[in-house]
Design a protein around this ligand. Structure first.
Ligand code: NAG
Ligand code: NAG
Ligand code: NAG
Ligand code: NAG
Length: 481
């Protein structure tokens, strides 16, 4: 009895704290990494930093097991490649729900199932267009059949490229013509099921795609020229993009759907705009904006519900979108924080707490032995570096990257070290036809960190996503620039 009373009081107290303060900030937890942190370590990292919502890109039982009893609100996902399967038959969807969700629903607070991830992205050339809506319907039905329909909602995280404005004004927003009819059906389905519309918004990409993009718009600085739209003033990309979506929805007759920002963030390496300094500035502006308790010009009641992208750097992501793609984490791959932040938006920035109990490999590095060949232009050096960068991650060596300014021979060392580390410091992975040399002295130079991999049970996944090969060749070219 006493416990029940205490429990009630405690929850009421928490509700008050929440209502008054912290915005709903979650994070995206991706795992496309050669050496992912153990799931338990990740969940502790989230808890230690007061993060209470997490979005996954799959429904890996290992992640879900680590989330058991954590009280964390979870969005699980069905990858794009599974969409056809889910669309083909409702039995497949039923099976998915019983195989991946039923064991966990009592212990993990699963709120949403993301059906696909940005399936209508322009660069997918329509590959997933046909299967997405049927998959969504089948999953929602399967949830209902399992008695979970009220508790867990199916939705489809979409890239903001599903809508566009032919001017800079939100009021010109509309869904992309090639998916407009489909979007209309999906949106109405979501609304009828009380499911949210999930959209990923990337101010960084606006700047990346267009050097003339007004930079103050990306960083929530109010010193630029606001965009005037029907008497509303826009001073940042988040508000403008959100209202472009609202206008697009309005034009298909939907005014009242809940919106979740499924991904928003800033990368820290691999491009001149992708720096720790810019990421810091972006998150500062974002958290202030999220906490100023204002809606957007068009929906003054809008309460932002966002998931940051992302939690950790992922060294096996496809670099087809750009070299920055492996550097979206607010933490490095090993759970070390990159910069200070304050989720409450009060500007009291402090370093987030690092992951605890992370086990590293030996303190040793592989570097280029310049006593063998001095000239990095030699064919052998170039060839070995190319091999190293095919598997190791050389994205920080590219223009604008944190290691780009090193000397040519240090570029080679960096590449060798990445290959060596990704191969769990196997001695044979520092051979390079005799050009490699293992050293005990920290090989990092200035801003350029030569990492040591974590010991994650020697999980090796040396593969790259589509578009990877061409991008790797490009990356290798940059190594010598
Ligand atoms: C989409 O089409 C472009 C141009 O035809 C092609 O280069 C690209 O590889 C295609 N992407 C996919 C995912 O099919
Ligand atoms: C944008 O499209 C709308 C209608 O679709 C049209 O009325 C308007 O003139 C267009 N604006 C520009 C700048 O092309
Ligand atoms: C190596 O040096 C860098 C930069 O000084 C530092 O950040 C890193 O922690 C060091 N690594 C090890 C394993 O000591
Ligand atoms: C470094 O590499 C570039 C490109 O291959 C070359 O032009 C330059 O001369 C090299 N610098 C040195 C010091 O070898």
């Amino acid at each position: 009895m006493a416990r029940a009373v205490f429990g009630l009081w405690c929850c009421w107290f928490m509700v008050m704290v929440l209502a008054n303060g912290l915005p709903e900030v979650g994070v995206n937890w991706g795992n496309i990494a050669s050496h992912p942190l153990p799931p338990k370590t990740v969940v502790q990292l989230l808890k230690d930093n007061g993060i209470r919502k997490v979005k996954l890109f799959d429904s890996d039982p290992k992640s879900l097991m680590a989330l058991e009893g954590s009280g964390m609100e979870v969005m699980v996902a069905i990858p794009n490649l599974e969409l056809q399967n889910m669309a083909d038959s409702s039995i497949n969807a039923d099976d998915w729900v019983s195989e991946y969700l039923l064991d966990f629903v009592d212990k993990v607070k699963i709120r949403y199932v993301a059906v696909g991830n940005e399936p209508f992205l322009k660069s997918y050339n329509g590959s997933f267009v046909k299967h997405t809506f049927p998959a969504l319907r089948n999953i929602q039905k399967a949830l209902e059949k399992a008695g979970l329909g009220k508790k867990i909602k199916a939705t489809v995280p979409l890239n903001a490229d599903v809508y566009e404005s032919n001017s800079s004004k939100p009021s010109d927003g509309q869904f992309r013509p090639d998916v407009k009819n489909l979007m209309t059906q999906i949106v109405k389905f979501l609304r009828d099921n009380d499911s949210p519309f999930v959209v990923n918004i990337y101010p960084f990409l606006s700047l990346y795609d267009n050097d003339n993009f007004p930079i103050e718009f990306a960083f929530f600085e109010k010193n630029g020229h606001p965009v005037d739209d029907k008497g509303y003033q826009y001073t940042n990309v988040l508000d403008a993009n959100y209202d472009t979506l609202l206008w697009s929805l309005k034009k298909i007759g939907v005014d009242d759907i809940k919106i979740i920002i499924g991904e928003i963030g800033w990368p820290t390496d691999g491009h001149k705009h992708a720096t720790t300094k810019n990421a810091h500035k972006f998150y500062d502006g974002l958290f202030k904006r999220l906490n100023d308790n204002k809606g957007t010009p068009l929906r003054s009641s809008a309460k932002f519900d966002v998931y940051l992208f992302g939690l950790l750097d992922e060294d096996q992501k496809s670099i087809a979108p750009g070299f920055f793609e492996r550097h979206w984490g607010i933490f490095r791959f090993d759970g070390q924080p990159k910069f200070a932040l304050d989720i409450t938006g009060k500007g009291q920035n402090k370093m987030p707490l690092a992951a605890k109990g992370v086990e590293y490999l030996e303190h040793q590095w592989c570097v280029f032995d310049t006593s063998m060949v001095e000239d990095t232009r030699s064919w052998m050096v170039q060839k070995q570096t190319e091999i190293a960068c095919q598997y190791g991650d050389c994205t920080t060596l590219t223009p604008g990257g944190s290691c780009n300014s090193l000397s040519n021979s240090s570029h080679v060392s960096y590449a060798f070290n990445m290959f060596y580390q990704i191969n769990n410091q196997k001695a044979s992975a520092c051979d390079f036809e005799g050009l490699g040399m293992i050293v005990k002295k920290n090989a990092s130079q200035g801003q350029c960190l030569f990492p040591i991999m974590i010991d994650s049970g020697a999980r090796e996944r040396l593969s790259f996503g589509f578009g990877g090969i061409i991008a790797v060749i490009l990356m290798v070219l940059f190594v010598f620039m």
